[in-house]
Design a protein around this ligand. Structure first.
Ligand code: GLU
Length: 476
């Protein structure tokens, strides 16, 4: 069987990490099995679908490196096919018009709740006579179209993640609606379960891989496949992504859109690496840090867990830091320059930019840390508490004064680090200042804090643009 899988996002919001993880598992499965990864934009909810969200989803997939095959299918363009299927079901008596009004449905729901029952449609219009229908139409009632759910059937499928699945047809909430309300000679907008089945069949989808929140839909869809005489595909229901409290990760948990992760400075490789680990465990022989190439050569559903996957920022941060560390300095610089420019900071030349990028690379978790960590180079730093405490330490000012004197006699151009070492050596040997005091005080004066990247390289960078002397002067 040729593997053809798909991502079927609804463009009703920005590309969510849950959808991205579904895309990733589909992509990996397709690549592992020499299959195709297809896209279908489910834009039938006219009010909530927006083209900017479609663009965001496509851009997000491209950024993550999850390229798709064939032209994306646009669901709204397939309306006639959806209606044809509904007509077929009506003609074969497997679907019917239901004239129950919204008020009647509300009342039914309330009564069922009062009686302690789960709300469900009671199939009251399943077998209307021609006369009854005529009477309802005459009253001016509109109708939805409902699919007849077999009363006593057990729906069974072999799920690639969850194994044998069984669902009782009586637990599906009664005959379900497959097209929205319309006047009785029309078919209203076709609804999700129906259109998905029609489109997946038309796209010859072999495996449907999606979140476990769709399990109840799968049971309904299997009934529709049968009614339309189509062989159902194979299903895989992936675990949900959970927050720290074990609840489904939602907007309330802060960042959930791929675009936001990108904006924060997470890399595409760390994101795909981390999202793969959200539910899939690599074989023992494989490291936790891997590329798409590596995971796609071993991915299978036997290693996908049933249990929900907790989102772990520490792990994502660790992977991201590793990824940045592996980048070439020029690649990192290419990512830093736009961030610096946004702050109005211009790097004087490429060589200094590279030095700066190299300096901070080991301490970056996200690319955007490169704003805070490089600020000392562009702006005179404001003193942090530890910095000002250091400059109050006994001897600190005298020590800086001596360094300043040496520099004023013979300014350092910042290139040869051994010059800085010599200055510090002289200061400590001939003038008797402790090395710790010299280093800490220098750092506080030059960078505002006693913590930060390598002191001598940072000093060299400042010296090469003539900023060191002024900073020392400020604290003497
Ligand atoms: N449009 C649906 C969603 O975004 C697709 C679900 C499916 O994969 O069938 O949840």
């Amino acid at each position: 069987m040729k593997v053809r899988v798909r991502l079927a996002p609804s463009p009703t919001g920005y590309f969510h990490i849950g959808t991205a993880r579904t895309a990733l598992f589909n992509w990996l499965f397709a690549r592992k099995n020499n299959g195709l990864f297809l896209l279908r934009i489910e834009d039938t909810d006219k009010e909530r679908s927006k083209s900017e969200f479609t663009v965001d989803i496509l851009d997000g997939l491209k950024w993550l490196g999850l390229n798709w095959d064939e032209e994306p299918v646009i669901q709204s363009k397939r309306l006639e096919e959806h209606k044809k299927a509904i007509n077929k079901l009506l003609e074969s008596g497997l679907a019917y018009r239901c004239y129950t009004t919204e008020e009647e449905l509300d009342l039914l729901r309330e009564t069922q709740i009062k009686e302690g029952k789960a709300p469900h449609y009671d199939n009251r219009h399943r077998n209307l006579s021609r006369e009854q229908e005529k009477k309802f139409i005459h009253e001016g009632r509109t109708s939805v179209i409902r699919f007849k759910v077999e009363d006593q059937a057990t729906i069974i499928w072999d799920d690639m993640v969850r194994g044998r699945m069984e669902w009782n047809s009586k637990d599906l909430g009664g005959d379900f609606v497959i097209s929205r309300r319309a006047t009785s000679n029309k078919i209203g907008d076709p609804l999700y379960n129906l259109v998905v089945v029609v489109d997946d069949a038309a796209m010859q989808i072999s495996h449907i891989i999606r979140g476990e929140d769709h399990i109840a839909n799968t049971a309904k869809q299997i009934l529709l496949y049968k009614a339309l005489s189509i062989k159902p595909p194979i299903f895989a229901h992936t675990p949900l992504i959970l927050n720290a409290e074990g609840k489904k990760l939602s907007k309330r948990d802060g960042v959930t859109s791929i675009i936001d992760f990108k904006k924060m400075g997470y890399t595409a490789n760390a994101m795909t690496n981390y999202m793969t680990l959200l539910g899939w465990s690599p074989p023992e022989t494989m490291d936790e840090k891997f590329t798409l190439e590596e995971s796609s050569s071993v991915f299978n559903f036997e290693r996908v867990n049933k249990a929900g996957a907790k989102f772990d920022w520490d792990k994502l941060n660790w992977l991201n830091a590793q990824e940045i560390r592996n980048w070439s300095t020029s690649k990192l610089l290419d990512h830093l320059i736009p961030l610096w420019n946004k702050k109005g900071w211009e790097i004087p030349n490429q060589t200094l930019g590279l030095k700066l990028a190299e300096l901070i690379s080991p301490s970056l978790t996200i690319i955007n840390d490169g704003i805070e960590q490089c600020e000392f180079f562009f702006n005179d730093p404001s003193l942090k508490d530890d910095g000002s405490e250091q400059l109050e330490t006994e001897g600190a000012k005298e020590c800086l004064g001596s360094i300043l004197k040496i520099l004023e006699d013979k300014p350092w151009d910042g290139n040869d680090i051994s010059v800085a070492k010599e200055i510090i050596y002289n200061c400590s040997k001939s003038l008797g200042f402790k090395k710790g005091l010299i280093m800490k005080s220098l750092r506080a004066a030059l960078m505002g804090s006693t913590k930060g990247p390598d002191l001598l390289i940072s000093w060299g960078l400042l010296a090469s643009v003539g900023k060191d002397i002024n900073r020392l002067k400020k604290y003497i």
